[in-house]
Design a binder for this molecule. Structure first.
Ligand SMILES: Cc1ncc(COP(=O)(O)O)c(C=O)c1O
Length: 394
């Protein structure tokens, strides 16, 4: 399929759309139901002309393009409703390539205060080099909406770690109109909850290390968009930096996409049940989950998402030692990351957000007793029992 011309006709976000977006057995000389993994690093020029006139997107060298990676890109662009997608070897590689492709000394870039720590560090490091106009803004979300007045690029996350705040995307995109371009990191939501390009976002970025691949066995990143000039610019930076996804890894992400809708739905339903249970527990002082009416962005989440709210739940222990709590867990593993089949627990104060100044952590509600859970695919009863035992002895 030529990029820029969508072949996706399916409407539901299930495996038929992923299937249709990428592989068909008719494409293969032996009718393979599963796409092959093309390990070849180099490809023969289709004709001699191409040896002297290479074209962006031609197959010739795996750092530039690879057939397995292209299949993943077709599938993901279908899932996000984009015209193109590019696959990277991590979420950070995707974000770095996008930023290097677009940020110049004249840029006016705003990021939401709650974005992933490494994303914040990436922008801060870039700013030290090229001194563009750089701002960190919101929550409160009014501040982020004001940023539409003075920014030309705004980066937000659909659900922001660790308190799972949801920026007012409708209002932000309306405020931006033609004057600023909005990049949405959709990692915590995945296209199953929400598709930012449909609403007018400029680019959607995801760490495919998380829900998209879904098995905690591969690192990756994906970017999708609508405009082919953006595609060419980001593709060129991916080529120069060597940040393209490798074929075996691309295959694993592609395989993960086929079960994405099942996994996200199951994790979201378990997460809601666990969040409600935690809210009633005497040793828990606060629960953050967008599916709970007590969450500050619940009403907006109801409007934005299609009835499910993702697999991440964050809560605060009312007392006790959070490290001892983690050590008492038997099924849930204390480990970073999210979106896989295994339920994981982290302490954001000591891990993802440890680099923030104390007053910033306090302002964002990131206390030492905050625990973030990424709910996996285990039985919800087993997970609740595990949490109960750890809370009892923690
Ligand atoms: C929201 C978000 N964006 C981007 C990233 C970076 O992705 P990766 O770890 O695949 O580089 C992460 C990693 O946790 C993340 O949580």
């Amino acid at each position: 399929m030529a990029r820029g011309t969508s072949r996706c006709t399916g409407s539901s976000l299930d495996s038929s759309l992923v299937w249709e977006g990428s592989w068909r057995p008719e494409r293969d000389p032996v009718g393979s139901i599963i796409p092959p993994i093309y390990l070849s690093a180099i490809y023969k020029y289709p004709d001699e002309d191409k040896a002297v006139k290479p074209v962006v997107g031609d197959l010739k060298y795996s750092r530039e393009n690879n057939p397995t990676v292209l299949l993943l890109e077709e599938s993901y662009s279908c899932l996000e409703g984009g015209k193109w997608a590019l696959a990277f070897n991590s979420g950070m590689a995707a974000l770095a390539s996008v930023m290097l492709a677009h940020v110049t000394p004249k840029s006016r870039v705003t990021i939401a205060r709650l974005v992933y720590g490494a994303t914040r560090s990436l922008l801060a490091s870039l700013w030290k080099r090229i001194r563009f106009d750089y701002n960190v803004s919101g929550p409160p979300w009014e501040d982020l909406l004001d940023a539409a007045e003075y920014s030309d690029i705004i980066l937000v996350e659909t659900i922001a770690n660790p308190t799972l705040r949801i920026p007012p995307l409708h209002e932000l995109l309306k405020a931006c109109r033609d004057t600023c371009r909005v990049i949405v990191d959709n990692t915590f939501a995945s296209p199953i909850l929400f598709r930012p390009l449909e609403m007018g976002a400029w680019l959607v970025v995801e760490s495919s290390t998380k829900y998209l691949s879904g098995h905690n066995d591969v690192a990756g990143g994906l970017v999708a968009g609508q405009d082919m000039d953006d595609y060419k610019r980001i593709w060129e930076w991916r080529r120069l930096l060597g940040t393209a996804q490798q074929p075996l890894d691309a295959y694993l992400v592609l395989r993960g996409l086929k079960t994405l809708h099942l996994r996200v739905e199951r994790a979201s339903r378990s997460a809601l049940e666990i969040a409600k249970w935690l809210e009633r527990h005497p040793k828990v002082s606060k629960v953050y989950y967008p599916g709970l009416p007590s969450h500050p962005d619940h009403d907006y989440a109801k409007k934005l998402f299609n009835g499910i709210y993702g697999g991440v739940v964050t809560f605060e222990l009312s007392n006790g030692d959070p490290i001892r709590f983690l050590s008492r867990l038997r099924i849930i593993a204390p480990a970073p990351s999210l979106g896989g089949g295994e339920t994981l627990a982290t302490l954001p104060y000591y891990s993802s957000h440890r680099g923030l100044p104390e007053e910033e952590k306090a302002r964002l509600g990131i206390t030492p007793r905050l625990v973030r859970l990424s709910i996996g695919l285990e039985s919800v009863e087993d997970l609740i029992n595990d949490l109960n035992e750890a809370l009892r002895h923690g």
